[in-house]
Design a protein around this ligand. Structure first.
Ligand code: FAD
Length: 371
């Protein structure tokens, strides 16, 4: 799939206010990259894959409206005909997204912990079309970012040489842009180089065609009810999208489950219990990392302190690749559990602090000796 469809992005391409750009590579040492993959393509690929299994039946337009998870009973509304359908099952796996109906039913269970956090920022999608020759209008192999402190715009390349552009901004700022003049004035001030790429008319049409959407992070546990029900994917751990790990974390749930089925020889009670007990720490960690990465993407990348730290990380990684893996690399390019990535980073922070203090003492001591 990646080779046929994914577009490699080797780094962040940062757009300054004057339209000039510079690149911050994701992995200067081993040249690894992330890939931009179309959502529709991925969905149809998963559907095609499911067709290979004779024991998989697919039902569309069925909305879960009631669930008794202890008994494995579900009630669906057929959204095309208005009929309801009731089914009984041995195991319910709720992979029904950030606003999961299965999770709602699970919340009635005693000892189920739940918290959700809406960030103050919403997002709105725009588009940079392909040029008149059907080519990309910007260098394709980058994630383009216009970081502006309190808000940011990003662009991801698509297979048809267009770009999916997403503006992330506080809802209060979105509200202020209520006329086309104010919108253009805002873009001329903060994203001037994007206006000719999007096209002024298209920018106005696309911007006012929809309202900004909210971003929610969900933490909950345990993920299971006895041997009857389990949450995976966003239903279990919706995160804000700034680490590009939401979907990956969902796929990782599947591979962990696969391993647990083998380990416990299909004993559902043990599989679900171990999944719940061991998974939450890492999903809570990626939730925190994703929140942090928003600040990094929209603000910190502009700061010299960030670039100095990144250069130091890259240098030490080059020198000691087995000991010092920068945070982004460990999260994105390695199978290191998310919580371990945070612990590594905290250890690196301590090491750098000790080094700075030790060097400070040495310099101070030698200055005193000279006097
Ligand atoms: C703006 C944005 C950008 C993102 N970018 C990235 C990225 O770059 N990389 C990445 O890894 N992740 C990204 N994500 C996160 C990613 O989209 C999600 O983590 C991923 O889609 C979760 O998959 P899922 O199958 O768990 O849930 P979903 O994709 O939400 O699928 C849930 C499914 O359940 C169905 N459903 C919901 N309720 C019911 C019901 N009551 N009855 C029946 N069916 C129901 C829905 O129709 C849907 O088909 C991004 C998210 C956002 C919002």
């Amino acid at each position: 799939m990646i080779n046929n469809h994914g577009i490699p992005m080797t780094g962040r391409r940062i757009h300054r206010l004057d339209g000039s750009t510079y690149v911050i590579p994701y992995d200067a040492r081993t040249k690894q990259c992330i890939f931009s993959v179309g959502r529709n393509y991925l969905n149809s690929l998963l559907l095609q894959e499911s067709e290979k299994y004779e024991n998989v039946e697919r039902f569309f337009n069925h909305k879960l409206i009631e669930a008794n998870l202890k008994k494995g009973k579900l009630k669906f509304l057929k959204t095309d005909t208005g009929e309801t359908v009731e089914v009984s099952t041995d195991l319910v796996i709720g992979a029904d997204g950030a606003f999961s109906g299965v999770r709602k039913a699970m919340m009635k269970q005693p000892l189920f912990d739940y918290s959700q956090k809406y960030i103050e920022h919403g997002y709105l999608e725009l588009c940079i079309p392909a040029d008149e020759n059907g080519e990309f209008q910007m260098p394709a192999n980058f994630l383009h970012i216009w970081p502006r402190g309190e808000f940011m715009m990003i662009a991801l390349p698509n297979q048809d040489c267009s770009w999916t552009v997403t503006l992330f901004m506080p809802f209060t700022n979105f509200k202020k842009l209520d006329t086309k003049e104010m919108l253009i004035e805002f873009f001329e001030k903060y994203f001037p180089d994007s206006i000719p790429l999007i096209g002024k008319q298209k920018l106005i049409e696309d911007f006012f065609a929809t309202s900004p959407s909210a971003l929610v992070a969900v933490k909950c546990r345990p993920y299971h009810v006895d041997d009857k029900a389990l949450l995976i994917g966003d239903a279990a751990h919706a995160v804000v999208p700034f680490y590009g790990q939401g979907m990956n974390a969902g796929f990782e749930d599947c591979s962990i489950l696969d391993q647990l089925f083998q380990k416990h020889h299909d004993n559902l009670a043990d599989i679900l219990e171990e999944f719940s007990r061991t998974r939450w720490e890492n999903t809570f960690a990626i939730s925190d990392l994703a929140m942090y990465n928003y600040v990094e993407m929209r603000d910190l990348v502009n700061r010299p302190s960030y670039r100095i730290r990144k250069a130091m990380d890259d240098f030490i990684f080059w020198l000691l690749p087995d000991i010092w893996v920068p945070l982004y690399n460990s999260v994105t390019f390695m199978y290191i559990p998310y919580s371990q990535c945070i612990k590594n980073r905290q250890w690196q922070n301590r090491m750098l602090l000790y080094t700075v203090v030790a060097v400070g003492f040495l310099v101070f001591g030698s200055l005193l000796a000279v006097r």
